[in-house]
Design a protein around this ligand. Structure first.
Ligand code: CAA
Length: 281
């Protein structure tokens, strides 16, 4: 495979870049500011250094993988990519703007994928010149560790694009779950209402943060409790996903918990802002 492009060098984009480079792919890692893309590359270098120190990979392998990552700020560079993954903020307007820009340089044989957690692939693809080459490819955080990937064809996505995307996901070493283009797809449709419910449970004083998480860790064998996981995902992302599910189903059981909205209003977004249900300062 030629180079792949990743647009959005945040938590998810960086994880995808690390995973792809470790799988032998050349990666163009793009963000709107060169400094953001460069910082993401530095973060990936630290992750590889940790893997080397734990004897998970050799220094030579880590160096070779880092050589394959090229941070860029000009989306024009995406004309070299045979597979482009958008991993920007979970907001449809931001994503649409990226597709419009990347669409201008998209090769005629390239696939454009979105790492959206919940937004309709069919609707986002409808604005592209060729919706048959647009698909949902949903990674889980931390990307290099989580085995799962969801593949979501939109109504207009071609079988050829699905086959190419499956081959790409397998190259990254992922296990695939296919999902119809429905709000939240498979995993987030189940996970986010659970997290939202945990916030309702907290809000009505049934138990405190520590006990809600302890209950789910010890009683369900989840690696993280729902509130710790919400902080890990980002409370703004959790709220966006709940809003998408709520608005597209119109079902009141998916209404976002008032406390979730309040925390996001306060800028308490979880780990990334150093404050959420826990304090990370
Ligand atoms: N990036 C890359 N690797 C990471 C990482 C990161 N951000 N964080 C941890 N790791 C790696 C570590 O290097 C370590 O690797 P090795 O085993 O090879 O040494 C491994 O993960 C385990 O890490 P730790 O020992 O430090 O910590 P842990 O055992 O507590 O595991 C965890 C950390 C993997 C994050 C674990 O707590 C976990 O699985 N949590 C649940 C994660 C989860 O549910 N993710 C899905 C979120 S939902 C989503 O992503 C979809 C969406 O659209 C919202």
């Amino acid at each position: 495979m030629d180079a792949i492009g990743i647009i959005g060098a945040g938590q998810m984009g960086s994880g995808i870049a690390q995973n792809a480079a470790a799988s032998g792919l050349t990666v163009l890692l793009a963000d709107r500011e060169q400094s953001i893309a460069d910082a993401a590359r530095d973060g990936i270098a630290k992750r590889f250094a940790r893997l080397v120190s734990k004897d998970k990979i050799s220094e030579t392998e880590a160096d070779a993988a880092m050589q394959r990552i090229q941070p860029v700020s000009d989306y024009g560079a995406m004309d070299q990519a045979s597979f482009i993954i958008e991993a920007a903020t979970e907001r449809e307007d931001i994503k649409q703007a990226i597709f419009a820009e990347a669409g201008k340089v998209l090769r005629s044989d390239a696939i454009l994928a979105s790492n959206t957690s919940s937004i309709s692939i069919t609707r986002m693809g409808a604005n592209l010149p060729d919706p048959s080459r647009f698909i949902g490819l949903h990674f889980f955080n931390p990307v290099p560790v989580m085995e799962l990937i969801e593949i979501i064809p939109g109504l207009a996505t071609s079988q050829e694009s699905v086959a190419k995307t499956r081959a790409f996901a397998e190259l990254l070493g992922k296990k695939i779950v296919m999902s119809e283009d429905e709000p939240g797809f498979v995993v987030n449709r189940i996970l986010l209402p659970m997290i939202n419910e945990a916030i309702f449970v907290l809000g009505q004083g049934t138990a405190n943060v520590a006990d809600i998480d302890k209950g789910c860790r010890l009683g369900l064998n989840h690696p993280m409790g729902p509130l710790q996981l919400a902080d890990f995902i980002g409370l703004d992302t959790c709220l966006e996903i709940m809003r998408v599910i709520f608005e597209s189903t119109g079902d009141s059981k998916y209404r976002p918990a008032p406390m979730l909205m309040k925390y996001v209003d306060a800028g308490w977004l979880g780990r990334k802002s150093k404050r959420g249900f826990y304090d990370y300062s």
